[in-house]
Design a protein. Structure first.
Length: 445
């Protein structure tokens, strides 16, 4: 057996992910040593309750409630606590005491990333966070390293497994949102409080992380436009299917071309070299690779200027799956620690402006219930035309027993979000529209 240098590894957290990381570190110790060029010695595992039951069989003597003592003298600190505090304080302590750090904590990086990266820069340490977006899927390293010589144009990600599971079952089984959410909770995909998933907060954190990397720009969480999936119902699913689409919660990170239209009501200049970061349920053509992402899986579709289209697919969560990404980071951290030198900091040199949602252009599908009377279609078409929204397709069906209501499903060409929303408001107030059933963006072209 090679006599490798020993690196002291402190693990903070032994929950779903941490317990698997601890277990794999021990099971594969020899292999990991060969790959890292150092023996990774797990010196302790910080938890809240040393007597709590664990998913893996962990040596009792490694468990401690004293995280701070564990951090002192560690070469690598793995933070798998979750949440902001005390994770933030511990990570900063680890960095300042000379450790490289590995974290899967998207909530922390999306809110305090710059503070943590700056602290690492100051001391030449490195922060690894492959598991912080899309779990087991390698996407951080491809964006940070493999595509560093290219220009990323757009990322469309299914980055939340819980909502993909819910939407997929609503699509494939015609199930109701509330029933599938209850199943997702029973299966452990969704928390007892599902807000972070179903309202898009979790996806927004991941979008902020991915966009920061892709566009070399600090993307604060509050610059990410966020909508969840709670308004999606069976009739919207049916309408999407009928039109050849599936509804997915997407994280869209996009570089604007500068050719987008400007709001008709303002004299603002076009945005050149700006970005948009948004999370919302969108219609995706069934032929698009993202449409075939089923169950709780994640996928990230990247469009880059030179590389073209790339798709990264797999498990976005799960203890052992996420542990794989964490351990990859631990091996990288160990190699760097052995080689020495200063860590590669985050590249935020571009710092592109982030445009508000009103300046985004996409296609839309607008579903309206209108009075089935002469002239109604002309009023609707005129209102759309006045609002600079161009109709690409239109389907009318008669609904209701009295046959006096028509349902219009209008597909638009690309339109500016601000124009579109003002136009929908005018349609709603026009007197001919009984109900705006839904307005969904169409993504993926
Ligand atoms: P868990 O809630 O399962 O585990 C958290 C662990 O941290 C527990 O062992 C807990 O101790 C410990 N802990 C919490 N607070 C403290 C504290 N103040 N002091 C000491 N120990 C503490 O979390 P997960 O393993 O699910 O998630 C860990 C991280 O990984 C999170 O940032 C999460 O977002 C991220 N992640 C998780 C994924 C998943 O599938 N679970 C997927 C991708 C990322 P005790 O056990 O004693 O309560
Ligand atoms: N709650 C997340 C999801 C898991 O459903 O994808 C980890 O980010």
């Amino acid at each position: 057996m090679t006599d490798y240098r020993r690196l002291r590894v402190a693990l903070l957290g032994a929950g779903a992910v941490g317990s698997q990381v601890a277990s794999l570190l021990q099971q594969h110790a020899d292999e990991l040593a060969d790959r890292a060029g150092a023996r990774l010695e797990l010196v302790g595992i910080a938890v809240r309750d040393v007597d709590a039951p664990r998913d893996a069989d962990l040596p009792r003597e490694l468990l401690t409630t004293d995280a701070e003592s564990l951090i002192v003298g560690a070469d690598i600190v793995i933070e798998l606590l979750g949440g902001i505090e005390p994770a933030r304080t511990y990570l900063l302590q680890a960095i300042n005491s000379g450790a490289d750090v590995v974290t899967a904590n998207k909530a922390l990086l999306a809110t305090h990333g710059p503070e943590i990266f700056d602290a690492a820069d100051q001391v030449g340490a490195e922060v690894y966070y492959e598991a912080a977006a899309a779990g087991a899927i390698p996407i951080i390293r491809p964006l940070r390293d493999s595509l560093a010589g290219d220009r990323v144009q757009r990322i469309m990600g299914i980055v939340n497994g819980t909502t993909n599971y819910i939407l997929d079952r609503m699509d494939t089984e015609g199930a109701d949102f509330a029933d599938v959410l209850a199943d997702a909770q029973r299966l452990g995909y969704a928390e007892a409080d599902p807000t972070a998933d179903v309202e898009g907060y979790d996806a927004a954190q991941k979008a902020a992380i991915l966009a920061s990397l892709a566009f070399h720009t600090t993307v604060p969480l509050d610059a990410v436009h966020r909508e969840g999936i709670t308004a999606i119902d069976k009739s919207m699913m049916d309408a999407a299917r009928h039109a050849g689409y599936v509804i997915k919660l997407l994280a869209v990170c996009e570089r604007l071309t500068g050719d987008e239209p400007r709001p008709s009501s303002s004299g603002e200049a076009a945005y050149r070299d700006a970005i948009s970061v948004r999370v919302y349920p969108a219609l995706v053509d069934r032929a698009h690779p993202l449409a075939s992402v089923h169950g709780a899986n994640n996928a990230v579709f990247v469009q880059a200027e030179a590389a073209g289209n790339l798709m990264f697919y797999g498990a976005g969560a799960g203890g052992v799956q996420t542990a794989s990404a964490v351990l990859g980071d631990v091996v990288s951290a160990a190699r760097r620690h052995i080689a020495g030198g200063v860590g590669v900091g985050e590249s935020t040199l571009a710092n592109l402006p982030i445009v508000p949602i009103g300046r985004v252009t996409t296609r839309y599908q607008i579903t309206l219930e209108v009075d089935d009377e002469p002239g109604v279609l002309a009023t609707v078409a005129g209102t759309l035309s006045d609002g600079r929204v161009s109709i690409a397709s239109l389907e009318q069906t008669v609904v209701g027993e009295d046959a006096r209501t028509a349902r219009l499903v209008i597909g638009t060409h690309k339109a500016l979000e601000q124009d579109l929303s003002e136009t929908v408001d005018r349609l709603a107030a026009s007197g001919v529209v009984e109900r705006v059933v839904s307005v969904l963006r169409v993504e993926g072209d």
